[in-house]
Write a protein that binds this ligand. Structure first.
Ligand code: TXA
Ligand code: MG
Length: 332
């Protein structure tokens, strides 16, 4: 864990217009002073991210909401009170002074108060809003460890704060509260159901709005490993060995519902194992926690394919389903 002295140094870097990577409970973020246009531009350069993709502004406390949002509806306030600090981003009408570089020129701004103690300490010490996307190269997997941030960004970030493995492991739920119908733009581990319960009314699930609105991060092959990745139905796993040709191997099979000794084997010359196996947790919270770190590790093993067992169609797995379909470039 980073020390108090390191947090003070990181806040000073932010004040001087530099970049700091920091842990949140979801994934690591690449932060800049959200009021400094030059600093915000450095984020896009470091990530090779297209200029029109809006950034989330991270806040130290709920009392800062009105500094960034011109209108906070009673429902938006209810959500902030229920889920902040935590993995929920609210899209709200922006104050006129919020930089176009942050919002991608849109009339709205994404706001979130993270829960990780290092993120909170950094935000409190800095005092202002910190614009931060996930600390990865554009289209890559989000980093969930400081080591992964270093692999993604190296020297282009002045400081990386160490905060261990991220608790949630997937990016925040994003809900657009700037329109009449609350609309989920990106599913996360705070579910549509949990939000609907707090609001006492239904929310529009993400898929429906997807095609109609420009939402960066919603296109295919975002959050993707470099290795070719595909999904397989649980029922097809026992016969998997028949579906694979030498062009597909070596490969790894990522499963959550099978035990290692139930899984098919494929041996090459000299008894080399051509189908590696990785057994994930069967509980969605634990699965989400491990997913990106596991994919990142597998991506470094020079395999021809990562084959991932499709996860259940239930609400608890929705965010994971979304990230898996993006990792594999499928439209599921
Ligand atoms: O968990 C998270 O949200 C992490 C941590 C670091 O906080 N951040 C994150 O940022 O995932 P990023 O930039 O990788 O994804 C944020 C997404 C953008 O791709 C965009 O889709 C959406 O937030 N977004 C931001 N501002 C928006 C706005 N004004 N309207 C619509 N979508 C917006
Ligand atoms: Mg991202």
């Amino acid at each position: 864990m980073s020390s108090q002295a390191e947090i003070i140094q990181a806040a000073a870097i932010l004040r001087e217009g530099g970049l700091v990577a920091f842990p949140t409970e979801t994934v690591y973020g690449l932060g800049a002073n959200a009021m400094n246009e030059n600093a915000v531009r450095k984020i896009f350069a470091a990530k090779h991210r297209p200029w029109d993709h809006p950034l989330i502004v991270h806040l130290a406390s709920l009392s800062q909401l009105a500094d960034w949002a011109s209108y906070v509806s009673p429902d938006a306030l209810l959500l902030a009170q229920a889920f902040w600090p935590g993995p929920l981003t609210l899209i709200l009408e922006k104050q006129p002074w919020v930089l176009d570089a942050v919002t991608g020129g849109q009339a709205t701004v994404g706001l979130r108060m993270p829960k990780h103690p290092i993120a909170q300490a950094l935000l409190q010490t800095f005092g202002g809003g910190v614009a931060a996307p996930s600390a990865n190269q554009f289209t890559h997997l989000s980093p969930t460890t400081a080591q992964a941030v270093y692999e993604e960004l190296g020297a282009s970030v002045e400081m990386i704060l160490e905060g261990g493995a991220c608790e949630v492991g997937l990016e925040s739920t994003i809900i657009d509260m700037s329109r009449d119908e609350p609309t989920i733009l990106r599913p996360g581990m705070i579910s549509a159901q949990a939000i609907a319960t707090v609001l006492g009314r239904s929310v529009t699930a993400f898929g429906r709005m997807q095609a109609m609105q420009k939402v960066p991060g919603m296109h295919l092959l975002h959050y993707a490993p470099m290795t070719k990745t595909r999904l397989i139905a649980s029922a097809d796993i026992p016969g998997l060995w028949r579906l694979l040709t030498s062009d597909d191997l070596p490969a790894v099979l990522l499963t959550y519902s099978h035990h290692l000794n139930d899984l098919p084997s494929l041996r090459g010359a000299g008894g080399v194992d051509l189908l590696l196996k990785e057994v994930m947790a069967s509980d969605p919270t634990a699965y989400a926690h491990d997913l990106y770190r596991t994919l990142r590790r597998l991506d470094q093993q020079h395999l021809k394919q990562i084959i991932i067992e499709a996860v259940p169609e239930t609400a608890a797995w929705e965010a994971i389903r979304d990230r898996l379909s993006k990792a594999s470039g499928s439209t599921g």
